[in-house]
Design a protein around this ligand. Structure first.
Ligand SMILES: *Cc1c(COP(=O)(O)O)cnc(C)c1O
Length: 361
């Protein structure tokens, strides 16, 4: 690093390491909560036909009005609310933080949770405070309420279901946090398609609640598209920070097309929910594993007596990539996270996993 870089770049940024995404090579990719399915051939052909008419020389609709309306319909955003779209929900988290980043403003979230809340808080010069979840990965309510009182957070992020734990917090706990908070509460429903429960209908009950969704885990991760919905006064302010044209023409076209076929996406996510159950049953057969309940398209499990790093490496040798957490300390010590893939991929994973447990001592 040159002196000039060292001198000019903010110290908090220098202290960070870049977000690392492992290269899957030719491994079966069960590490990133992607939907494993492509579209049926006929749908692909139709999509390609429409693509011919896209004018890439023109700027996109700056507010993606038509796509926004369609997403609001599919996501059942209550009437009277407003929505904005982001280049992935990651960008929406960034917009929220930029809007609220007064000097010393605090972001509060439980721990462990989605790492981008912490990262983006740092990028935007906000103070990040976390409160440990209890041993069942539920909200520790006395500690949460104390943190709300102590830090008066400008924003609280609650992933619902939570990543990487996979569970839903109780509705009552989330409602209590919304009520007790003097700031904004963001309920991040990235895994809504697999969750069976939502705070979307409750937007009308509160003036400090917004709900965030993404199409990524539904099967459109490559498009980078998220939606943030809530009371108009909040969304009007956030929209001022959104860069014009943040949703490109290819994404606007492709997402609209995909949502016209939302029955196909629904079939895929329903299939994933069924296969989650099959996976849970198979994991329950392995003695040295404690698995956690999941309302998402992944399962977190703890390796009880063996070394989780060795299990992970053994899976890799059998060409299966899942997610590993640092194995020394903290609530995720010894934990691995597997995304539900196609049935045949899940079978390869389970076979490799059983092998890893049988040979390794
Ligand atoms: C995957 C994930 C996101 C990111 O979604 P993108 O729209 O792909 O940026 C947001 N929140 C949680 C909790 C996630 O797990």
């Amino acid at each position: 690093m040159s002196d000039r870089v060292k001198q000019l770049v903010r110290e908090e940024i220098q202290a960070l390491s870049a977000y690392h995404v492992p290269d899957p090579g030719d491994m079966i990719k069960l590490d990133a909560m992607e939907n494993p399915y492509l579209w049926p051939q006929e749908m692909q052909t139709q999509w390609l036909e429409g693509l011919k008419n896209i004018a890439v020389n023109r700027y996109p609709d700056p507010s993606a009005a038509s796509l926004t309306r369609q997403l609001e319909q599919v996501m059942e955003v209550p009437s009277g609310m407003r929505s904005i779209l982001g280049n992935g929900s990651d960008e929406l988290i960034q917009i929220i933080c930029m809007a609220l980043a007064k000097p010393d403003a605090v972001v509060l979230a439980p721990e462990p949770t989605f790492v981008m809340y912490d990262m983006i808080a740092r990028f935007t010069n906000m103070r990040y405070q976390s409160v440990a979840l209890n041993s069942a990965f539920q909200l520790d309510m006395p500690a949460m309420l104390q943190a709300i009182e102590e830090y008066n957070p400008a924003v609280i992020f609650l992933a619902y279901p939570n990543n990487p734990t996979g569970n839903l917090f109780t509705e009552q706990d989330v409602r209590t946090i919304i009520k007790k908070s003097g700031g904004l509460v963001v309920v991040d429903e990235a895994y809504h398609a697999f969750a069976g429960h939502s705070f979307m209908p409750m937007l009308k009950d509160y003036n400090n609640l917004v709900v965030m969704r993404t199409v990524s885990k539904m099967g459109l991760a490559g498009l980078r598209l998220g939606i943030l919905s809530g009371p108009t006064d909040w969304l009007n302010e956030f929209d001022k920070i959104r860069l014009p044209y943040n949703i490109n023409v290819l994404t606007q076209y492709s997402a609209e097309f995909a949502l016209q076929h939302s029955d196909i996406l629904k079939q895929q996510t329903d299939q994933i929910c069924l296969d989650r159950e099959t996976m849970q049953q198979a994991l329950a057969e392995i003695e040295d594993i404690k698995q956690y309940p999941s309302n998402a398209n992944f399962i977190l499990f703890k390796v009880l007596t063996r070394n989780s790093a060795q299990i992970f490496e053994s899976l890799k040798l059998d060409k299966v990539l899942i997610k590993r957490f640092p194995d020394t300390s903290g609530p995720l010590a010894g934990c691995l996270r597997v995304t539900i893939g196609k049935p045949e991929e899940n079978e390869v994973f389970l076979k490799a996993l059983n092998k890893a447990f049988s040979v390794q001592r």
